[in-house]
Design a protein around this ligand. Structure first.
Ligand code: K1U
Ligand code: ZN
Length: 174
């Protein structure tokens, strides 16, 4: 089931999410819904608070083009266990802040430990777009948005545009 994505500003996008105690069939269904919602948007990642669920769950698939097969992954309680000193800059977007992009600098590589859908711990080193995306999604679980890395003027300008978009959507029922 495709779920509606919350738009910034929304107090739920500023909150710390709760860890998941165990992987239940309901959480498996939530992860499946999030992947369906992410692909439909379209996007390369999605965090549970973006659909109003305050749990530490993210999904991603950063495979580009049609050559390589898709790689949908669901990460419960993801934790960064190592980050490279080398940084990389990416022009980030966010499904909760549509049509707004800004350069954000983050560690170029990160090691992440998480609980998989099978209830087992996994650990993997991510680089390139996967590294950028996993950090962006983990930020969502901590109530942080990519615009929080920008200066106050740029952040305020984007927030005002989003307030206008939300007013228009409420008025015209999009
Ligand atoms: O968390 C989100 O809001 C999803 C976001 C993830 C992300 C994008 C860019 C850098 C870091 C994290 C998106 O997926 S925005 C949409 C997007 O980037 C995209 C959409 C279609 C094709 C390719 C990319
Ligand atoms: Zn986002």
């Amino acid at each position: 089931m495709i779920r509606p994505i919350l738009l910034h500003p929304d107090p739920r996008l500023k909150k710390l999410c709760d860890p998941v105690a165990e992987i239940t069939p309901e959480l498996g269904q939530l992860a499946a819904d999030m992947l369906q919602t992410m692909y439909a948007a379209p996007g390369i990642g999605l965090a549970a608070p973006q659909i109003g669920v305050m749990k530490r769950l993210i999904v991603m698939d950063c495979v580009k083009g049609d050559v390589d097969p898709p790689r949908p992954i669901a990460l419960f309680n993801p934790e960064i266990t190592w980050a490279s000193e080398e940084l990389s800059t990416y022009d980030e977007g966010c499904l909760s802040i549509p049509d707004q992009y800004a350069e954000v600098q983050r560690p170029a590589e990160v090691r992440v430990r998480w609980l998989g859908l099978d209830g087992k711990h996994q650990e993997e080193q991510f680089s390139g777009l996967w590294a950028t995306c996993v950090q962006h999604e983990i930020d969502h679980l901590n109530g942080k948005l990519f615009i929080d890395y920008l200066g106050p003027l740029k952040r305020q300008m984007i927030t005002r545009k989003m307030e206008k978009l939300k007013r228009e959507r409420a008025r015209f029922g999009e």
